[in-house]
Structure formats: C-alpha cells, structure tokens
Design a protein around this ligand. Sequence first.
Ligand SMILES: CCC/C=C/C=C/C(=O)SCCNC(=O)CCNC(=O)[C@H](O)C(C)(C)COP(=O)(O)OP(=O)(O)OC[C@H]1O[C@@H](n2cnc3c(N)ncnc32)[C@H](O)[C@@H]1OP(=O)(O)O
Ligand SMILES: NC(=O)C1=CN([C@@H]2O[C@H](COP(=O)(O)OP(=O)(O)OC[C@H]3O[C@@H](n4cnc5c(N)ncnc54)[C@H](OP(=O)(O)O)[C@@H]3O)[C@@H](O)[C@H]2O)C=CC1
Length: 336
Amino acid sequence: MPDTRKRSSIWLQFKDFFFVLVLSLSQFRLHGSTGLRSGSQANFFPPLEDAMLPSGSFNNRMALITGGGTGLGRAMTATLSQLGAQCIIASRKLDVLQRTAEEISSQTGNKVHAVQCDVRDPQAVSQCVDQIEALTGLPDVIINNAAGNFVCPSERLSPNAWKTITDIVLNGTAFVTLELGKRLIQNQKGASFLAITTIYAESGSGFVVPSASAKAGVEALYKSLAAEWGRYGHRFNIIQPGPIRTKGAFSRLDPTGAFEKAMIDRIPTGRLGTPAEIANLAAYVSSNYASWMSGAVIRFDGGEYVSLAGEFNELRSVTPDQWKLLEAMIRKTKGS
Ligand SMILES: CCC/C=C/C=C/C(=O)SCCNC(=O)CCNC(=O)[C@H](O)C(C)(C)COP(=O)(O)OP(=O)(O)OC[C@H]1O[C@@H](n2cnc3c(N)ncnc32)[C@H](O)[C@@H]1OP(=O)(O)O
Ligand SMILES: NC(=O)C1=CN([C@@H]2O[C@H](COP(=O)(O)OP(=O)(O)OC[C@H]3O[C@@H](n4cnc5c(N)ncnc54)[C@H](OP(=O)(O)O)[C@@H]3O)[C@@H](O)[C@H]2O)C=CC1
C-alpha cells in the first residue's frame, strides 16, 4: 500500500476508535458511580418490583413464553412462576433456557420447562408444540416475546438482514400463534395470547425499519384474531414497551450507551422501565382478572411516545424567566 493510503487508513481507524472512546466516556460520566441514570422527576415514580397479583393467581395454569430465557421474557416467566404457573420457555439457545429454568424453579418451587425452538421454522414450532403437549398439555397463557433487532441505516440492510428480523418477529409470532391456536380450537380450550411489540410499531421508526414493519404486522395479526377467535375462547392483547434496559436490546440498539440519556430526557417519568414492571403488566393481562380484555393495545413507556409526538414539548426547557419574556412578546402582538 502506498504511504499516503496507509496513513489515511490508520487515521480512519484512529477516528473510529476515538469516536467510540468519546461515546464510552460520556456513558461512564452519565452512569456515575451507581450505574443508574435518571431524571430528577424519577423520584416521583419509583418502580415496584414485587408481584402485584395475589399469590396463586396462576395455580394449575400452563404458560408458554417465547424468548423466556433472557431479558423481559425471563422476568415474565419469573413472575408467572411465582404466581403458581407451570412455565415453558422456548428459544434457540437450550443452555441459556435450561439455566434460567433451573434458577427460576429453584426460587419459586414451580416447574419451568426449557424447550429449544427457532420460531422462524414452522416445522420446529410444530415439534415444539408436540413437546409442550407431552410435557404439560396445551398452555392457557401464550406470550409471544421472542424478537430480533439491531439499529442499521436502511440503505445498509441486506435482503437476508430484512428477512431475518421479519422472520423472527412477524412470521415467528404467526407460526407460534397459529399452531397453538389450531390445536386449542381442536381441543375446545380457551387461552390468553399476548404479543410484546413496541411503541414505534404505531409510528414507524428510522434505523429499525424491519423491526418496525414486523411489529406493526404483529399488531394487525393480534387485533384481527381478537375479532375472529373470541368465539373459541381466545383473547389477544398487545403490550408496547418503551425502553427497558436488557442486554439483548441495548447491546443492539445503543451499543455505546450514548443514546440512553436522550431517551431518559424525553421520558416524562424520568427513567427507563424495569423488567419487573412489565412482568406485572403481562401477568395481569394474561390472568383471569383481565378476562374481559381482548384486542387491547397497551402502551407502557413512562410517557415517552406522547413526549416524542407533541410539537411543543421541547418548551419544557424554557425557564420561568424566559417565559416572562416570551409571554410579554406574545401579549404585545396585536392583530394578524
Ligand atoms: C428503545 C425502545 C424500543 C425498543 C425496541 C426493542 C425491540 C427489540 O426487538 S429488542 C430485542 C433485541 N434482541 C435480539 O435481537 C436478540 C436476538 N438477536 C439475534 O440473534 C441477532 O442479533 C440477529 C437478529 C441478527 C439474528 O441472529 P442470526 O444468527 O440468525 O443472524 P445473522 O446470521 O447473524 O444475521 C442475519 C443477517 O443480518 C445481518 N446483520 C446482522 N447484524 C447486523 C447489523 N448489526 N447490521 C446490519 N446487518 C446485520 C447479517 O449480516 C446477515 O445478513 P447477510 O450478511 O446478508 O447474510
Ligand atoms: N428491552 C426493551 O427496551 C424493549 C424490548 N421490547 C421487546 O421485548 C421483547 C423482549 O426483548 P428483550 O428482553 O429486551 O431482549 P432479549 O434479546 O433478551 O430477548 C429476545 C429473546 O428472543 C429470543 N429469540 C431471538 N430469536 C429467536 C428465534 N429465532 N427463535 C426463538 N427465540 C428467539 C432470544 O433467545 P435465543 O437467543 O435463545 O433464541 C431472546 O431470549 C422483544 O419482543 C422486544 O422486541 C420492546 C420494546 C422495548
């Protein structure tokens, strides 16, 4: 390589390194020594971590949670198990599932089964449901939580990148829902289906376009089936979480940690959600306390969506002194 090209390539690598270093340092500074970030108003909205429903609410009930080995799915499994459910967690990584299953069942005393399944493959889904039928019988509660995602400018997406995300999120949810739905109908058994989408399923979002498209599809699927399959005893609901720090999500959506402060700044409750909070909501929606709830879309985001949407919300940063000036200017205006 000629010297000038070598020098410019080294400079480019240095620039990349410097960019990541600055982002990482800013993250360190923002996290402070506690590792937690929040706005001052977060003190008004402390997260409660204990299970909300009465103990035994899920006694004699079977719950399938896809992606239940990690993150939010794991928290939902822990809560349902604590409330008496026998849980089945399913995803690709059997070792992760088995570890989670053992940890949760040793805490709650209720059995948690681990079943390997790639939801993109309809045959694997059908075999997984065979396994579930043999282990516990058909479930009463189905939570479609498994997902794949990463931030990426759309012009950099390969066809396979698009297919991978939409296969996991939309096709995977459809395969699991249809396979279980058909068997439940055949057995004349009712069930609660819950899909975990996200707030941008409604608005769309740049840089996560396959995820936004697939999550919007999941919402259409669940709203449609809520209308069609009530006659078989099936309820379909949707939770749209805002940002909740999990390794799976944040390592792919905010790899340097630089965007977390911006998220918190625009969340009116001044903090991220916690896995235990969403687990309580998922448990309520899946329980018989919510037996009249179907076709619902529940946004659970500390107010982030409305905060992003309102044209004038940035005026929050105007100080009282600045308001005095602004008001005087506005009042001085006469006519149009
Ligand atoms: C903050 C509020 C809103 C938040 C919403 C959050 C929503 C979420 O869904 S968070 C959940 C995040 N969790 C996960 O994503 C867990 C599972 N993810 C994965 O396993 C992987 O990340 C992946 C989704 C990529 C699937 O893994 P798999 O091994 O099946 O695929 P690969 O063979 O690695 O990749 C498939 C094609 O995608 C391309 N690709 C992968 N990563 C990227 C990237 N960062 N940027 C661009 N393209 C990527 C990869 O190159 C493959 O394409 P090709 O090279 O053409 O074959
Ligand atoms: N955390 C957040 O801020 C938000 C999360 N969400 C949603 O919450 C849900 C959980 O996300 P979170 O816990 O944060 O992230 P995780 O990455 O921890 O969870 C995703 C899960 O999906 C499983 N999974 C991925 N691909 C497949 C596949 N092909 N077949 C079966 N299982 C699969 C993974 O297990 P394995 O690798 O073993 O297959 C993993 O357990 C997702 O639906 C996500 O879209 C929505 C909004 C915000």
